[in-house]
Structure formats: C-alpha cells, structure tokens
Design a protein around this ligand. Structure first.
Ligand SMILES: [Zn+2]
Ligand SMILES: [Zn+2]
Ligand SMILES: [Zn+2]
Length: 90
C-alpha cells in the first residue's frame, strides 16, 4: 500500500534520471566498497546508501540539498525524497 505523497519534489518530478555507471562515484576514489546505490535526480551522481559504510548518498543530500534519489539497484523502481522522507514508485 502506497502512502499518500505530500512531497512537492516527487510530485513535480517529470522524468527519472537513469543510472550511468553502477559504481559509487565517491567510493571508487578512495577504494572503499559499497552495498546499495542511489542516483541523485538533481545532478545524476550515483552514490552508496543504507548498509554501505560511507553512506555517500545521505551525505550528498546534506551537503548539496539535492532531495530526491532513485534506486540504482537492478529491478528496483522507486524514488526517495530525503527532505520529506517519502517514497514513490515509478
Ligand atoms: Zn520532497
Ligand atoms: Zn560511497
Ligand atoms: Zn546531486
């Protein structure tokens, strides 16, 4: 059951930015490993999340304030807004 969306970021998103590379753009620079990947819907950067030690996607939201990410995991079709903590399928 999908909750009612009250997030303007998700409601006004017209197209989902696809993932270019299935790597964390920050972890590859330092040689760290990642678990889950998210693609920022503002700048297109793909970063690690959740169980990854560096949680670069969360950090990216706090430093850039880009609110919406899409899951970059194959077969997953959902968006997440960090600002409003809301999820939407697509
Ligand atoms: Zn939002
Ligand atoms: Zn990372
Ligand atoms: Zn971004």
């Amino acid at each position: 059951m999908i909750k009612q969306i009250s997030c303007a970021h998700l409601l006004t998103l017209t197209a989902v930015q696809p993932t270019r590379d299935y790597i964390c753009d920050e972890c590859v620079k330092t040689g760290d490993s990642w678990v889950h990947l998210r693609t920022c819907q503002t700048c297109g950067t793909t970063l690690c999340c959740d169980a990854s030690p560096n949680k670069h996607a969360t950090r990216h939201f706090h430093t850039s304030t880009h609110p919406v990410v899409a899951s970059a995991e194959p077969g997953e079709r959902w968006l997440w807004c960090y600002a409003d903590e809301q999820m939407a399928g697509y």
